[in-house]
Each structure stands twice: as structure tokens, then as C-alpha cells.
Design a protein around this ligand. Structure first.
Ligand SMILES: [Zn+2]
Length: 124
């Protein structure tokens, strides 16, 4: 595999378990993280970040509910029908709106083939 194809963002689609929430996002799956904070541990999240402008919620906006905790820096959202978290909204240190996609909710992505970097969110 060439270096370019390993790092180039790909347009991927994903959904919650019941399918009410559908989205597309451009993601670089060579840069995923596995965070050890309380919410990521509880949900088993593996996240890939992208610009909000590279994320498109295609359906399910009215099924989503946000879950805020700690300093409310990351707005976790989950489907109120099936409970699955597909993505969270966040803001980069420079103020850029970002989306953290749960790569486990992506279609046609083998999570076992990814190498998420450990992220020590518990200590922040
Ligand atoms: Zn759902």
C-alpha cells in the first residue's frame, strides 16, 4: 500500500444500530484513538476526528440526544431509539468545529485492522 493511500481521507458512511441515524464523513483511519476516559471506556469508543465541514448527518437529527459530562467539551450524541453513539461534536483548541466519529459505527470497516493510538483522556 502506498503512503498516500494509507493517509488519504476516505469518504465513509455509517449508522447507528437501528439505522435511524445515518451519516457520511471523510476520515483518515490511520489516525484513530482509543481514549481511556470514563465515557470512552464505558462505550468502547474508537474515534476518528474530522472537520465538521467534512461530516454530513444524512438522517436521524431528531432521534439524537446529547450527553454532556465533565467540562462539556465534547458533546456525545446517541440514538434515542437504539442507544448507539455514532459521533460526538467537539471544538479544536483553535476553535474549529470538529466531529469525532465512532469508527465502530462505520460500514465496511474492519475495526480489528485498525491501530488506534492510546489517548490518556482520563488524566485530562
Ligand atoms: Zn438507532
Amino acid at each position: 500500500m502506498s503512503e498516500a493511500s494509507e493517509t488519504a481521507p476516505r469518504r465513509l458512511s455509517g449508522a447507528c444500530h437501528c439505522g435511524a441515524v445515518q451519516f457520511e464523513a471523510s476520515l483518515d483511519l490511520s489516525k484513530t484513538i482509543a481514549c481511556n476516559c470514563s465515557i470512552c471506556s464505558a462505550k468502547g469508543l474508537i474515534l476518528a476526528f474530522t472537520l465538521e465541514t467534512e461530516f454530513e448527518l444524512r438522517s436521524g437529527a431528531d432521534q439524537l440526544r446529547e450527553y454532556l459530562f465533565n467540562r462539556h467539551v465534547i458533546r456525545h450524541s446517541f440514538c434515542t431509539v437504539c442507544g448507539a453513539e455514532t459521533f460526538a461534536r467537539a471544538t479544536a483548541p483553535d476553535g474549529t468545529p470538529m466531529v469525532a466519529v465512532n469508527v465502530r459505527s462505520l460500514k465496511n470497516v474492519e475495526v480489528a485492522g485498525l491501530s488506534p493510538a492510546p489517548f490518556d483522556g482520563r488524566s485530562i
